[in-house]
Design a protein around this ligand. Structure first.
Ligand SMILES: [Zn+2]
Length: 135
């Protein structure tokens, strides 16, 4: 039974959509605890990466498993499936375009899935630190 009213549901959706997701916050807090500094949040560049390290030219995106169609977690919504397919299809296409534009501009793109952060924020951070050290 869906106990949410329509109003509530659209509020919940807007919360999910907001960029400052819990996952991103968890990740940033963890990075801070590891002494990682020197990044900008949601820099004004294509795709507005969640984190951007200007000195290293590295952009980090934390992709929500639903909104970006993670192959491991994505579950097709039962209702309004056509609407969602289009919407999420557009997101995925947009992601690819963003990656191409950024790479053309010499920026390295690192995408991390929401579920990876939920599962193991340490290993996500290790991966990022490894990449930063290589640059
Ligand atoms: Zn996932």
């Amino acid at each position: 039974m869906d106990v949410h009213t329509k109003k509530q549901r659209s509020f919940n959706m807007s919360q999910i959509k907001s960029r400052d997701t819990t996952c991103e916050c968890t990740f940033r807090k963890y990075l801070w605890s590891q002494g990682i500094r020197g990044y900008r949040k949601h820099a004004k560049m294509p795709g507005k990466p969640d984190l951007f390290f200007p000195a290293k030219k590295l952009a980090v995106f934390i992709d929500g498993c639903f909104w970006h169609k993670c192959s491991k977690c994505f579950v097709k919504p039962a209702s309004n499936s056509q609407f969602w397919r289009k919407k999420i299809g557009n997101n995925v296409e947009h992601d690819r375009k963003v990656d191409t534009i950024l790479r053309k501009n010499g920026i390295i793109v690192l995408r991390i899935w929401e579920h990876e952060i939920r599962r193991n924020v340490q290993s996500c951070s290790r991966e990022l630190i490894k990449r930063l050290n290589q640059l």
